[in-house]
Design a protein around this ligand. Structure first.
Ligand code: GAL
Length: 340
């Protein structure tokens, strides 16, 4: 199996999702619009070679701890662990060699639930990126006949460790490369979010109301309306949204967290999850210098990532959801991107 090998999930409605073993990177998501016109709605590159050479988080599985751990430090049972700081003062997305650049084993799976599905597995050895314990991870990528792309994660450890997995596709429902997502409408079932500071997304542990801020998507609004507001929080995010939203009513069951709509194409995507948070990132660091699909530049705000997860830096905040996994327990996480 070469790392450039591409696997594709298809259903009878013409939805087609392709990914690579390397990083489990989702490299294309082709969805028809109301008139049956198909567009690839994830930001990325035309070929697996370009994907391997390009932005290593595009569409990738992130771990062991997606998002940031402040100063890369955490303590479990009185033992302090120090991870690499690969993002300013913080540890980001599992470190210098996170799961996003690892070779995953890929096997087809057949269950009645999916039109097609694959299971990706990875064994992360004890001490991998300085995390404790050997972690065994399984991720099912499944596509249903109802146009649901399901990402079903499980993991087990042989020593207490921390875990927070996510998937990192950037969506542009009008088609990757077709402008920005400013005119996309986003609704998020989150009355609260976790503010960041100027130090590359460090969180203090504060959980704040979205009411009266650009982060109030409770009623649904254009992303551009939020992006054009004047707010320190947007500056801290690198000129846009790069924040964790607290999913309303979290109780570990699967619920609708967010709905993204593109009025131009009429495409809609709902995000369902059993996780307590969704990191919304509007691609603030894209600057048009990288060339994406069909030779088009990857521009600022050219896509939006909706990453279901535990909150950033949870291991250091007792009032944040638990991110510690112990032997005998199973980490479970479900994320569904549903297209219509
Ligand atoms: C996001 C993160 C951003 C950026 C991006 C990867 O999840 O919130 O700050 O690091 O991943 O480029």
């Amino acid at each position: 199996m070469s790392s450039k090998e591409v696997y594709t999930l298809k259903n009878k409605n013409g939805v087609e999702i392709s990914f690579m073993a390397n990083g489990g990177r989702i490299i294309s998501v082709k969805v028809p619009d109301a008139r049956g016109e198909v567009a690839d709605v994830v930001v990325g590159y035309d070929t697996p070679e370009e994907a391997l050479a390009g932005d290593a988080y595009f569409g990738a599985l992130c771990g062991r701890y997606a998002n940031r751990i402040v100063e890369g430090k955490f303590t479990i049972d009185g033992v302090e662990y120090r991870l690499d700081k690969n993002n300013g003062n913080n540890h980001l997305h599992g470190g210098f060699e996170g799961f996003n650049v690892r070779e995953w084993s890929v096997e087809p799976v057949s269950t009645g639930k999916y039109a097609q599905a694959y299971k990706l597995t990875l064994v992360s050895p004890e001490g991998d990126q300085k995390y404790p314990g050997e972690l065994k991870v399984g991720v099912i990528y499944g596509l249903t006949e109802d146009n649901e792309f399901v990402i079903d994660y499980t993991a087990e450890t042989d020593k207490p460790t921390v875990i927070n997995l996510t998937s990192h596709p950037y969506f542009n429902l009008n088609g990757a490369g077709n402008g920005t997502v400013e005119e996309h409408e986003l609704q998020i079932n989150a009355a609260k979010y976790t503010p960041i500071d100027g130090d590359l997304g460090t969180v203090s542990g504060e959980i704040a109301d979205v009411k009266g801020t650009p982060f109030d998507f409770t009623e649904g609004k254009n992303i551009g309306e939020a992006l054009s507001a004047k707010a320190d929080q947007l500056d801290f995010g690198g000129g846009g949204i790069d924040h964790n939203f607290v999913v309303d009513g979290f109780d570990g069951t699967v619920r609708l967290a967010a709905t993204l709509k593109d009025p131009k194409s009429g495409r809609t995507m709902e995000v369902y999850t059993d996780q307590p948070g969704v990191q919304v990132y509007t691609g603030n660091h894209f600057d048009g210098t990288d060339t994406g699909k069909q030779g088009k530049p990857i521009v600022k705000w050219g896509g939006v990532a909706l990453e279901t997860q535990i909150f950033p830096d949870s291991p250091n905040h007792y009032h944040f959801p638990n991110a510690v996994l112990r032997p005998g327990e199973t980490y479970k996480h479900l994320c569904v991107y549903k297209f219509s």
